[in-house]
Design a protein around this ligand. Structure first.
Ligand SMILES: NC(=O)C1=CN([C@@H]2O[C@H](COP(=O)(O)OP(=O)(O)OC[C@H]3O[C@@H](n4cnc5c(N)ncnc54)[C@H](O)[C@@H]3O)[C@@H](O)[C@H]2O)C=CC1
Ligand SMILES: O=C(O)[C@@H]1CCC=N1
Length: 273
């Protein structure tokens, strides 16, 4: 990857996931810096990759090509207003990964002349298995768009969306999505134990099954419903389990959860924007 100087503001879970993935992909750690007031966050990050760390956000953004805003939505306004003078005229693009914060707010806080990209990534970025939705305004140059795409592609799948509003749906699908699968796996592993397996075996079988199913969904070129049908031997065991899920309205349960997620994303935009 061409050397892009990347500054992370906020060195928590998501920053560590993206930095870990970037460095594992061969992006030089020497071109990455991270700023965070929490010594604990910085120490955890240094265990992931030997990047430059500090607590001065303005210093971190100076000279960066891409500034990744990786703080919680609740502190984003304060952080942006604080770094705005250091970004002015520097030519950097700001890339926010915060849920719910609209581009218009980021532009207002960062000041004129700082192009903004919004991204909704997810934590499997740590393993290079992330999934990110990105949205850029017209003020973002083709080169800056390419930089953002290169960074996020280093840690997984990237899809650009044409409308900022679509990022709410991306959040409901892939941003929050890993947690849905963890919850589902927790339930499967717990039931596996109740049915007699030891905890390690139940968890390992569950995780590997999820991984295998996900790889088939992503790589086989076969539709999801067909993949499911191929596991269901007529009159067999899976058919019984699927019938039980369907009579318990699994699809409606999933739809309600994702609708709640999307509603919260919109609510956050209203509260914090
Ligand atoms: N965790 C996830 O799965 C995903 C999170 N996001 C978004 O990523 C952002 C970060 O989330 P996490 O990494 O999970 O949170 P986190 O709490 O792990 O990390 C946030 C970091 O920001 C630091 N921070 C607080 N005030 C700061 C300041 N003034 N300057 C610099 N750093 C400051 C905190 O000390 C902390 O280390 C959020 O906006 C969230 O919406 C997006 C997609 C997925
Ligand atoms: O729960 C959240 O608000 C963040 C955004 C997507 C995943 N985690």
């Amino acid at each position: 990857m061409a050397e892009i100087r990347i500054a992370f503001i906020g060195a928590g879970n998501m920053a560590a996931s993206i930095i870990g993935g970037l460095v594992a992909e061969g992006h030089p750690a020497s071109t990455i810096s991270a700023s965070d007031p929490s010594p604990e966050s910085l120490a955890r990050l240094r265990e992931v990759a030997p990047v430059a760390t500090g607590s001065d956000n303005r210093e971190a953004v100076t000279g960066a090509d891409v500034v990744i805003l990786a703080v919680k939505p609740q502190v984003m306004a304060r952080v942006c207003i604080d770094i705005a003078p250091a970004l002015a005229g520097g030519g950097a693009v700001a890339l926010s990964i915060a849920a719910g914060i609209p581009v218009a707010s980021l532009e207002r806080w960062l000041g004129p002349g700082v192009p903004v990209i919004r991204c909704m990534p997810n934590t499997p970025a740590l393993l290079g298995a992330g999934a990110s939705g990105l949205y850029a305004t017209a003020a973002v140059s083709a080169a800056q768009r390419a930089h953002a795409g290169t960074i996020l592609s280093a840690v997984g799948l990237v899809r650009w969306v044409d409308s900022e509003d679509d990022l709410h749906a991306v959040t409901a699908v892939s941003g929050s999505g890993p947690a849905y699968f963890f919850l589902f796996m927790e339930a499967m592993a717990a039931e596996g134990q109740r049915l007699g397996l030891d905890a390690e075996t139940a968890t390992a079988l569950t995780a590997q099954t999820c991984l295998g199913a996900a790889r088939m969904a992503a790589e086989s070129g076969i539709g999801l419903a067909e993949l499911r049908r191929r596991v269901c031997s007529p009159g067999g065991t899976t058919e019984r389990a699927i019938a039980s899920f369907q009579s318990d309205e699994l699809e409606a349960t999933v739809a309600r959860a994702m609708t709640a997620c999307l509603a919260r994303s919109k609510e956050m935009a209203d509260e914090l924007g």
